[in-house]
Design a protein around this ligand. Sequence first.
Ligand code: NI
Length: 167
Amino acid sequence: MSLLPILRFPDPRLKRVATRIEALDDSVRRLARDMAETMYEAPGIGLAATQVDVHQRLIVIDASETRDQLLILVNPEIIQQDGAQLCEEGCLSVPGIYDKVERAEHVLVRYQDLDGREQIVEAVGLLAVCLQHEIDHLQGRVFVEHLSQLKQVRIKSKLAKQARITA
Ligand code: NI
């Protein structure tokens, strides 16, 4: 197992659209394990393969308080959504930035588990937000892109300053 480096917004690689995983082999299982370890270590509640510069449809999530409800979703797809909620979001690719984004309150997500079996997860609240946030990453979208242009400019300059300080 190993910790993976996480791309930081506005790295252009975060804009790449991930492709479907056709062969569920050991390399996918290894990547899922490494992503989970990276997410727990960060710590974060979700991580998309896009954020570790692998452009395949794979996400890991643990939105539980006890940190023992790991979900690994291969080829996740929102098949139903309704309602609305406004929740403050953050992202491991946008460190130190939190802002409110409107999302569906309730989602149904179809995916495959690591054995290739089709599964469906139904979620509300934080888990629903997290699923939408991570699936957005696979489409090349970072949560700050839901915010106003002015806020995005401010966030980019703040992150550029942070990068200079930590470099
Ligand atoms: Ni994120």
